[in-house]
Each structure stands twice: as C-alpha cells, then as structure tokens.
Ligand binder design. Sequence first.
Ligand SMILES: [Zn+2]
Length: 243
Amino acid sequence: MFWWQDEVGQGVRVAFTDRGAGNLALHTGDDATAVRNRRAALERSMGVPGGSLVFLEQVHGTDVADADRQDRPAVPTADAAVSTRGVPLAVMVADCVPVVLVGAGPQGPVTGVAHAGRRGLLDGVLERTVEQLLARGARRLTAWIGPSICGSCYEVPAALHEQSVARIPAVAATTSWGTPALDLRAGARDRLSSLGVGVVEPAAPEPSCTRENEQLSSHRRDPGSGRIVGLVWGTGARREVAA
Ligand SMILES: [Zn+2]
C-alpha cells in the first residue's frame, strides 16, 4: 500500500502510496464507489478517522487551501493545502511531483502538501505553499519529494523545454533516448532549496520513477493507471477526535 512512510518527528507521519493502495482519484473515470472504498481503507491504514483525509480538486494552479478552515469546501479547488492541526492531507499524482512539507510552528507542527507538475512548478506552487507555511509560523521546514517521472523519461517538445528551462534552469534534462526532457524533481529540489527548505528524497526499495516502476501510477506509461498520493498527518489528531 505504501511506497514509503515514516514518522518524521512532532507526531507527524509522511507517506506516499503505491498501486497496492489502488487508484485514489475520482476524476480518472474509475468507479466512484471503488475509489471511496480504497480511500477508506487508506484512512484505516493511516489510523485516521474515516472521512478525515482531505483531497483536493487539482487544477495545475498555485492556490493553497487552508485545511483548518471550518467553512472550506469538503474538496477545495487547489494544488496545495496547509494545516496547523495535523489534518490528514493528500495530494494526487501520476508523474507530477508530490511534495510534503513539515515545519515546527508555535503551537505544534505545521504541515502541507503540494502538487508540483510542470505548470504548477513553473508558476510557483512551491513558493506559494512555503509562503503559507511561513505565515503560520513554521520554522525548520523540511520537504519530502515523492515518486514522480524522472528527467530521463519525461520527454517534452523542444519549445516547451526551452520555455521551461528559461524559468527554472534546473529542470533541463535529456531523455535516455536523447531528446529534450524536463527533470521536475530537480526543479522542485532547486526551488525548495532556494527557499531555505531542507529536502529529503526517500529511498524506498522500489525505484522512484513512476514511468519505470510499474508499482507506481504513471500517466505517461499507462493513462489508466490512476493516481497515487502523497500524505501527511498528525498522529495526535486521532487522540483529539477520540477525546
Ligand atoms: Zn524514469
């Protein structure tokens, strides 16, 4: 079910699913009941209350949802989310880069997730997310970069390569077959480092390239393979709910 997961301090856990958890997206044409059942199974594995995991309506933008707001939509339209309460957050990907962030805030952990695809990354979704975390008093921010397509696999047209590299030079790459490509992970690493965020790239036993590892969802390899997710949640949130 999990490609990688760990307790990262402050009672916070970070995880990335693999296809063992099944497709977790409602927008890819999969049976909605089956997806909801998989999401419920995932929440049980995480040890969080049913229905507490916040998913986003992701639109390749840079909006950051405040998961703590009582009046927020159940499924906010945003490509990132933040919480100061350990609210379980999910970000869906299938080649795009899932980024999970954790910092130390005045009242406990400050957490976030972001969907860094080509457009979001170039348009500043990571900058916007870090800005929102800092606005909540987060210090010592660390980002976990999850499984995504690698620079040797993510082929793009030459013009798009040129435009993208002009914005973030670190994304420049070449496919293993010698054509223009983008390394979104390197771009994410570059943006986060420039913002003073520590970057961790978990080394799971399985390769982290979604296109090369069939245990992960890849839109490029198989558009029907659904979505895996990056997750962050406070293990203390469960006790609060129980109390
Ligand atoms: Zn690859």
